[in-house]
Design a protein around this ligand. Structure first.
Ligand code: SF4
Ligand code: SF4
Length: 182
C-alpha cells in the first residue's frame, strides 16, 4: 500500500467525497415522478402495446403472409387465413399474447407491409389475463387509439427507415403475382 492510499484510508477520504456529493444534490429539485399520480410520457418510438396498421382508406394492411409469426422469438403471434370470394387471402384472425411478448419489435421489422407496430402506449396492466390477449379487432382499435392521423406514418418514417421506403418492390425484384385458376 502506498503512503497516499494509507492516508486516504486514515482520513476516510472516499466517504467524505461521497458525503459532499450527497450534500451538494440534497437541495436540488427531485427528478423522481410519483407514478401513477404523475403520469409519464413515453419516449417517441417506445415499444409498447401492439397495433395492426390501417391504410389511408382505413383497411387493415396485413395480408396474412405469416412472416411476423415466423420471426417472433416467443411464438406469441397467431395468424389464421381463409380464401376470399375472388381467391384472395383473407386474414380471419390475428392474435398476439402480449404476456409472452418480449417487445423486441422483430415482427415490425419482418413485416414487408408495415402492418404491425408497437405503439407508445404502456399502461395496460390488468387483473384479467384474457384482456391482455389481443385479437384482430382489439389490435385494429389500438391503431385508431394510439396511431391515429399522421402518427402511424411518422412512426415508420422515423423509426423504420429505410424499411418505410421498401414497401413497394425494388426495381428488378421478383414478386409473386398470383396465378390463374384452371
Ligand atoms: S415484439 Fe417480438 S416477441 Fe413481441 S410479438 Fe413482436 S416479434 Fe414477438
Ligand atoms: S403483420 Fe405483416 S408480416 Fe405479419 S402476417 Fe401481416 S403482413 Fe405478414
Amino acid at each position: 500500500m502506498t503512503a497516499k492510499d494509507f492516508l486516504k484510508r486514515i482520513f476516510l477520504l472516499e466517504i467524505l467525497k461521497g458525503m459532499a456529493l450527497t450534500f451538494k444534490t440534497m437541495f436540488s429539485k427531485a427528478v423522481t415522478r410519483q407514478y401513477p399520480l404523475e403520469p409519464l410520457e413515453a419516449m417517441p418510438g417506445f415499444r409498447g402495446l401492439h397495433a395492426l396498421a390501417k391504410d389511408k382508406e382505413g383497411n387493415m394492411k396485413c395480408i396474412g403472409c405469416g412472416l411476423c409469426v415466423a420471426i417472433c422469438p416467443s411464438q406469441c403471434i397467431k395468424v389464421f387465413t381463409t380464401e376470399g370470394p375472388t381467391h384472395e387471402k383473407v386474414v380471419e384472425r390475428y392474435e398476439i399474447d402480449t404476456l409472452k411478448c418480449l417487445f423486441c419489435a422483430f415482427c415490425v421489422e419482418a413485416c414487408p407491409y408495415g402492418a404491425i407496430v408497437l405503439t407508445e402506449h404502456y399502461e395496460y396492466s390488468d387483473y384479467v389475463k384474457e384482456n391482455l390477449y389481443m385479437d384482430k379487432e382489439k389490435l385494429l382499435q389500438n391503431w385508431d387509439k394510439y396511431m391515429a392521423g399522421e402518427k402511424g406514418e411518422e412512426y415508420f418514417k422515423r423509426f423504420w427507415k429505410p424499411l418505410s421506403n421498401d414497401f413497394k418492390e425494388t426495381e428488378g425484384q421478383a414478386v409473386f403475382r398470383g396465378y390463374e385458376r384452371r
